[in-house]
Design a protein around this ligand. Structure first.
Ligand code: ATP
Ligand code: MG
Length: 418
């Protein structure tokens, strides 16, 4: 076990980290364009925050949290998502007194005790955004358009946007009665989880993944058809806002989202290619959450997007991520004096922003040339006593095979102007 990573975790190795950095760069540029500021939140919070903020009836709280007591006997939990922590921070840091809306984004790791499979890990990465302080559908349109543009900028196609409205506590209360009436005669045939949800949160039954339950609830009344006037108007606003930006969407009356705190808009971006792990991004409005977590009543909306699933999707669509620039020059050296000279030249080159390498383990000249080839250096120059004496060396372009006699002093300027 000593040299084995815990189940559900993965290293991001040096030869793939550039993909992550690329995506992170695209994300931070995107968020800058949309006026979202980055927030960094702790990896763990008091367990209570997630119980309250994510919701007692959710899979996350019931089955998936990494909860432990610290040495002081406090119950802490590794963040299973970002929204609760951001909401806590918004309240704790008095962000309600800032000019509204407050628009935040984060890139975090998240932790869930899951059945590990492709696209489903125990440590994974999320890019998310949250907006506080505006009840307007315009914000719903803005956050959705941000994710849509992210996919475009990354070159992704075939990702569908599904939207729905799950109303507010007012319309949901009436709807729950209707739904329970529909469910009562089939309750015995539903799975145990659904049975447990019947009293506490019947809406979540519509989110069940069991084939049998899915079949039985197919004709259940939809919340979307039972919205109050305010929620109906909000949903119409969202639709016309998306149309206005030419963003295509499907209405999916069955999206309820796994988390308890959503109100009105809920949405998902789903890959048409990948099966059940196809949800790349999920989000929605949560107008009751800030108050639920101890703040003043404040409307909010956000989304979270799984980076692993995003990368999987990019790979399956054959999208090429630009590789970082390689080594510009390898300075080979022969003999003690030359090694000191080379090491100074390498440092000078690096100081000028050039990617330079030299020998670090006393390789023979032949082995150094092989190494230069392996690391794919664009130029190679060999320094020996003779070169130092005559102030001349051969600069070889490994890509074209071209060789040039150059003075040692000129190498720096040549590489700078490459
Ligand atoms: P699912 O239905 O797949 O379990 P979820 O509803 O639990 O997803 P959210 O809590 O909405 O997911 O998280 C937002 C996004 O984070 C998901 O759409 C997905 O891309 C990603 N995600 C969630 N759980 C995992 C996981 N265990 N491993 C990798 N990515 C994940
Ligand atoms: Mg889940």
């Amino acid at each position: 076990m000593l040299a084995k990573a815990p189940k559900g975790t993965r290293d991001i190795l040096p030869d793939e980290v550039y993909k992550w950095q690329y995506i992170e760069n695209v994300i931070s540029r995107l968020c800058e364009n949309f006026g979202y500021k980055e927030i960094r939140i702790p990896v763990f919070e008091y367990t209570e925050l997630f119980q309250r903020g994510v919701g007692e009836t959710t899979d996350i709280v019931q089955k998936e949290m990494y909860t432990f007591l610290d040495k002081g006997g406090r119950s802490l939990t590794l963040r299973p998502e970002g929204t609760a922590g951001v909401v806590r921070s918004y309240i704790e840091n008095g962000m309600a007194s800032l000019v509204q809306p407050v628009k935040l984004y984060y890139n975090i790791t998240a932790y869930r005790y899951e059945n590990v499979q492709k696209g489903r890990y125990r440590e994974f990465h999320q890019f998310g955004a949250e907006v506080f302080g505006s009840p307007s559908y315009l914000v719903d349109v803005e956050v959705i358009s941000m994710v849509d543009l992210l996919f475009k900028r990354l070159g992704l196609n075939n990702i569908e946007l599904n939207i729905n409205s799950i109303g507010c506590p007012k319309c949901r209360k009436e709807y729950n009665l209707k739904l329970k009436e529909f469910l009562r005669p089939i309750l015995n045939d539903l799975c145990q989880t659904c049975k447990d949800r019947y009293e506490r949160n019947p809406l979540r039954i519509l989110d069940c993944k069991e084939e049998n339950c899915k079949k039985l609830i197919k004709n259940a009344p939809a919340l979307l058809d039972n919205l109050c006037d305010e929620c109906k108007e909000h949903f119409e606003g969202l639709r016309s806002g998306l149309d206005n930006l030419d963003i295509k969407y499907n209405i999916d009356k069955n999206i309820v989202r796994g988390l308890d705190y959503y109100t009105k808009t809920v949405f998902e971006f789903v890959s048409v290619n990948v099966g059940t792990q196809g949800t790349i991004c999920g989000g929605g409005r949560y107008d009751g959450l800030v108050e639920l977590c101890g703040g003043k009543p404040t409307p909010g909306i956000g989304f979270a997007l799984g980076i692993e699933r995003l990368l999987m999707e990019m790979e399956s669509q054959g999208i090429n991520i630009p590789e970082p620039e390689g080594v510009d020059i390898y300075v080979a050296s022969l003999g003690e004096k030359a090694t000191a000279f080379a090491s100074k030249l390498v440092f000078q080159l690096r100081s000028e922003g050039i990617n330079a390498e030299g020998d670090l383990i006393g390789r023979s000249l032949k082995a150094q040339m092989k190494y230069a080839d392996k690391i794919n250096a664009t130029y190679v120059v060999v320094i020996g006593d003779n070169e130092i004496e005559t102030n001349k060396a051969v600069l070889k372009n490994m890509k074209t095979g071209e060789q040039k006699d150059v003075s040692l002093d000129s190498i720096l300027t040549r590489l700078k102007n490459k």
